[in-house]
Design a protein around this ligand. Structure first.
Ligand code: SAH
Ligand code: F3S
Length: 473
């Protein structure tokens, strides 16, 4: 790993670092990058908070419960920290540094230090490259550290590239922040304005990931399809072009991207679904609601018809494409008729997987002060009805995969001896009996059964090349 040692660092003993990650894949990526920066300071990752020298909660602020969970987790960690301090007093040794990172840190800032004064560091998502200074202060007991700035220089310019891959599937952040200001969403406030990494940096990092063993890369961004990275000579590349270039990297078998904003789906990106075989036939394309009235109140810059036409065009480009989405029920002012329109859209488009949420008012967002808030029991009933329908579609798709042959990236050992678990092109977990030497490879499996959340497959011997990924949506 090419990480320059931090000059102020003196203690040569390895220290234990535990990071608990909440929320989206971008947080998963950020946690890995924090671990990289801290590795240079002598911190080695451990999967337990108990006994760790530093515990970081990498938090999510998208819905209310997520933030409350952080406070209750902090309460629990306080006991570990106190026990550790007592041990240190009796037996010697260091204390536990407790940190809150991510979007709750950005949104609540100093309030965290007030509600939980035993926390040592609070820092936002744009500051991870400054961890060495923050840690030095915390280690010196120089008071609590609070850093929720949006620095002028993007953090990517100061972070070491990822060079380690756990397993064969890696995440790569290409875009961050959002300027769309959907009226329900905190992301523009917590992650800041929209920024795209230069194309050469992305490609360089992707090459390193592939050299380190990655077969699959998922490009990440809050609005990944509005990517417009600088590509030299005053030109910019969109995501379609970036994907086409990444597909030239030998050994990179699978490319995915998430999350996309429907109104930013360019012709070039749709064409990439037709032209780039490595681009997996599965797309997360959040629509939020099937009612134009609600979409307008949400400040989404697309209508229902536009979304329908977009899914038609995507399927014309890649007939085996399947879709997933996010939905919010009970947005302020949502009527029974609006909600019925959402169900109608789901029936029409068909989703193989989805996330659906009750609307949760987020402080500081325009929707939180809209007058006609929907009663919680109405939200609960709508969520149950929507999830019923979405589950039916998911199970139907999984069952329709039966007898298809799919390439499956075998990622880990299963629960039973001799069993491996992998991911299909559609992200379905697939269980199979297979020899260990197939771990970390893409194997052709014939699907024997489809369940609610997974598939069972059988190795196809001598049939390599007879791939039909299409199960139809
Ligand atoms: N740009 C991305 C990220 C959005 S956050 C996107 O458009 O998908 C992930 C999901 O959380 C959103 O799609 C939305 O469905 C949900 N969400 C965001 N804010 C919410 C809120 N206040 N209440 C309920 N769900 C919310
Ligand atoms: Fe949030 Fe809308 Fe941006 S959902 S992340 S404000 S596109």
């Amino acid at each position: 790993m090419i990480v320059r040692p931090y000059k102020g660092y003196r203690n040569p003993l390895p220290k234990k670092l535990h990071i608990k990650t909440y929320g989206c894949q971008m947080n998963v990526y950020d946690s890995a990058r924090m671990a990289d920066v801290l590795a240079a300071l002598g911190y080695v990752f451990t999967d337990k908070a108990d006994g760790a020298d530093m515990v970081i909660l990498n938090t999510c602020h998208i819905r209310e419960k997520a933030a409350e969970k952080v406070y209750s987790e902090l309460g629990r960690l306080r006991h570990l920290k106190n026990a550790r301090a007592q041990d240190a007093g009796e037996k010697g040794g260091g204390r536990m540094i407790l940190a809150v990172a991510g979007c709750v840190a950005q949104a609540e800032g100093a309030e965290i230090l007030e509600r939980a004064p035993y926390v040592d560091m609070v820092f936002g998502p744009q500051t991870y490259h400054r961890l060495p200074e923050m840690v030095a202060r915390a280690e010196r007991h120089a008071g609590a550290v609070l850093d929720t700035d949006f620095p002028a220089d993007p953090k990517f310019d100061h972070l070491p590239d990822q060079t380690r891959v756990d397993g064969k599937a890696a995440f790569l952040t290409v875009q961050e922040g959002c300027d769309k200001f959907c009226t329900f969403c905190v992301v523009p406030y917590t992650r800041g304005t929209e920024y795209s990494r230069p194309a050469a940096d992305v490609i360089g990092e992707a090459r390193k990931l592939v050299a380190a063993g990655a077969l699959e890369i998922t490009l990440l961004g809050q609005n990944v399809n509005c990517y417009h990275g600088e590509a030299g000579n005053g030109t910019e590349w969109g995501l379609g072009r970036l994907i086409a270039e990444l597909a030239e990297i030998g050994g990179l078998e699978r490319i995915r991207y998430t999350t996309s904003y429907p109104a930013d789906m360019s012709d070039e990106l749709i064409a990439a679904h037709r032209d780039v075989p490595q681009l997996m036939p599965f797309l997360h394309l959040p629509v939020q609601s099937g009612s134009d009235r609600v979409l307008a109140a949400m400040n989404r810059r697309h209508g229902v018809d536009e979304y329908r036409r977009l899914t038609d065009r995507l399927r014309a480009a890649r007939p085996d494409l399947a879709l997933s989405s996010d939905f919010i029920v009970g947005f302020p002012g949502e009527t029974d008729a609006d909600f019925e329109a959402t169900l109608e859209l789901v029936r029409e488009v068909g989703f193989i997987q989805a996330y659906s949420f009750k609307y949760s008012p987020r402080p500081g967002t325009p929707a939180s002060t809209m007058e006609i808030q929907v009663d919680d029991d109405v939200k609960t009933a709508r969520l149950a009805a929507l999830q019923n329908l979405l589950n039916e579609q998911q199970v139907a798709f999984n069952q329709a995969c039966r007898d298809k042959v799919m390439p499956v990236l075998l990622e880990r050992a299963g629960k039973h001896p001799g069993q491996l678990v992998g991911r299909s092109p559609y992200m379905q977990p697939v269980h199979t009996d297979a020899p260990d030497n197939l771990l970390g490879t893409i194997a052709e499996l014939r699907i024997a059964a489809g369940y609610a959340n997974s598939l069972a497959g059988v190795l196809v011997e001598g049939e390599v090349g007879a791939t039909e990924t299409g199960a139809g949506a």
